[in-house]
Design a protein around this ligand. Sequence first.
Ligand code: M6P
Ligand code: ZN
Length: 185
Amino acid sequence: MASTQIKVDVQTGELSGDKIGGVTRTVDDLKGLFRDEAARQALDPHTVVYRTQEFAPVPAGQEGGLFWGTTFLEPGRVGDEYFMTKGHHHTQRSRAEFYLTVTGSGALILMDEKRHTVFAPMRPGTLHYIPGNTAHRVANTGDTVLAFLACWPSDSGHNYEIIASHGFSARLRDVGGVPTLVEEP
Ligand code: M6P
Ligand code: ZN
């Protein structure tokens, strides 16, 4: 059986090889994501908030395969909220995921099905298991790029609609210099 191989720069997280896709999300793309919409509009809309790479050795949606990716999340703020990923549920709700941090520092924000939200610190070398049925988002609380590797089932899918319409129940905000989860009203 043929193996499929790419290269991962374990210092930076950068992937190289075939079958690597990805997206770039700018301040302009992230309308409605942050609490302080006026602060978002005051930033240069072309500012990159994060970039992803994704290695998909099998077609998306295929059962039994795995995907691998890297997210490069820039340091920055929108008001008192840290630059963060959109965050998602998996379309196949039960699917889990691993996040392995390689550079920078930040927080993994998790929300369970009862809309209970918690966060865990991310630092180079921390490996987080994200259980199924759990919405996940990452915030960069440091002042350098936060890069993390991810591995998830090829049939997970991404559901962004639930977060777009209901958000997380709490936001990670800078309260007196300390990253603090603040419940949404
Ligand atoms: C990780 C994985 C990807 C995800 C990316 C960015 O690399 O979880 O599946 O796309 O982070 O997160 P989001 O899709 O929420 O913007
Ligand atoms: Zn995911």
